[in-house]
Design a protein around this ligand. Structure first.
Ligand SMILES: Cc1cc2nc3c(=O)[nH]c(=O)nc-3n(C[C@H](O)[C@H](O)[C@H](O)COP(=O)(O)OP(=O)(O)OC[C@H]3O[C@@H](n4cnc5c(N)ncnc54)[C@H](O)[C@@H]3O)c2cc1C
Length: 389
């Protein structure tokens, strides 16, 4: 059994880092999260949680929060983006029964808030951007940009796509622009026709572009994600304000529902993200440091699996620390159990854009979509899947 006074440091307080923190705390460990931001901020977007993630969140005590804060789409509708014709209604009613957990849609800030409360904000050290780390035989020394230096028996690097730790210890190749961008916004539901607030996931598809809407916060807000191909990405940073006229021009030929939605996104709520990719890594461990979440396996959002996969990581890490005899064994067990699953999600997600946008949408009238459900991804349960040693 691992000594519960072992000092565990998590770098990054996103969905991945917080989930890992809760799971390790639940296993009895003393954990600190070091987050570069001065404060946790409101993230204006929706997020879907598929059954594989819901199992994990429930096991960490977030079941009640999910029940009260999310909605369960009864159907997912695929439409021809330009004609507005319904091509495929995908029935999601059986999901809860089939997988023992539902598929949910909620506000990202609500999820982050619930994770922070469950972990304990007093154990999140804000304004602690990791600058460098040095592996020692039985631990790691961490240096932060605010001048703080600390030591930990193990480090979990959950510092996202542009992970300082990944760059330093695992992979010097920088993230590459994928050729895809995402526009994101939230719209007050009373600005839109009633259809947008029904418990559905509505996806309009055409060559090189699609747009998804679903309701969040008891239908008060509608989440919009418009994904499209783009020649290049020049803006600095990961999240930038988007040009609404440019967005409307891109979707000019789309059906009236799509145009109504896009026209109603408040300017201040419209963001554009360049989507970047990194190659799957075969190993996520260097000394006493492991990668987790987007730092380990960033993926395009075409299957809505990035955060779900980070949640799976966190739950498995907690189980490995609870069940293994020493820290080295726990880190190896975590990596052995997770790499194949996460790399599969990463590869399939990155192909998702081609599956949705590169084919004639009319194909979907007769051919079932090869989505995350059809690929069997929902059947994974991080709470019960065997740990590999
Ligand atoms: C448009 C879009 C839609 C998406 N929709 C979904 C969805 O519906 N469902 C889903 O499951 N996934 C979705 N995803 C993916 C999901 O958002 C990510 O996979 C997930 O947020 C990754 O979480 P993370 O904690 O690993 O990384 P991040 O969320 O990137 O968090 C990393 C944290 O580390 C901090 N950090 C960074 N560097 C340092 C440092 N040096 N020192 C200290 N702290 C640091 C950052 O400030 C941040 O708080 C979507 C992604 C996009 C782009």
């Amino acid at each position: 059994m691992i000594d519960r006074t072992a000092k565990l440091a998590i770098v990054g307080g996103g969905i991945g880092g917080l989930t890992a923190g809760i799971a390790l705390k639940k296993a009895g460990f003393d954990v600190r999260i070091y987050e570069q931001a001065p404060a946790f901020g409101e993230v204006g977007a929706g997020i879907s949680m598929s059954p594989n993630a819901v199992h994990g969140l429930r096991s960490l005590g977030l079941g009640e929060f999910l029940d009260s804060s999310s909605n369960e789409p009864i159907e997912q509708h695929l439409y021809h983006g330009e004609t507005g014709e319904l091509l495929q209604p995908i029935d999601r009613r059986g999901t809860r029964e089939r997988y023992g957990a539902p598929y949910l849609q909620l506000h990202r800030a609500d999820l982050l808030g619930a994770l922070i409360r469950a972990f304990g904000p007093e154990n999140c050290l804000m304004d602690h951007g990791l600058e460098s780390l040095e592996s020692r035989d039985d631990g790691v020394a961490l240096t932060f940009t605010n001048g703080t230096v600390t030591e930990a028996d193990a480090v979990i690097a959950a510092d996202g796509l542009r992970s300082v730790v990944r760059d330093a210890l695992f992979d010097t190749k920088p993230p590459e622009f994928s050729g895809h961008i995402a526009y994101r916004g939230l719209i007050p539901a009373d600005e839109l026709s009633a259809r947008s607030t029904e418990p559905l996931n509505i996806n309009h598809l055409a060559f090189g572009r699609n747009m998804v809407t679903y309701p969040v916060r008891q239908g008060d807000l509608v989440n919009v994600v418009a994904l499209s191909k783009a020649d290049g990405w020049v803006d600095e940073g990961w999240s930038v304000k988007a040009d609404k006229a440019e967005l409307l021009a891109k979707y000019d030929s789309f059906a009236p529902y799509v145009r109504e939605v896009l026209e109603n996104i408040p300017e201040e709520e419209l963001f554009c993200w360049g989507l970047f990719i990194r190659e799957p890594l075969e190993n996520w461990r260097a000394g006493r440091t492991v990668l987790l979440g987007d730092a380990a396996h960033p993926m395009l959002p075409y299957m809505g699996q990035g955060a779900s996969c980070a949640i799976e990581d966190g739950v498995i890490l907690g189980r490995a620390f609870a069940e293994c005899d020493d820290i080295d064994e726990a880190l190896d067990c975590y990596v052995a159990t997770r790499v194949e699953r996460a790399s599969t999600l990463q590869r399939e997600s990155n192909l998702g854009g081609e599956r949705l946008q590169a084919i004639d949408p009319d194909m979907f009238r007769d051919t079932p979509i090869k989505d995350e459900d059809a690929l069997g991804i929902f059947a994974y349960d991080p709470v019960t899947t065997p740990l590999l040693r």
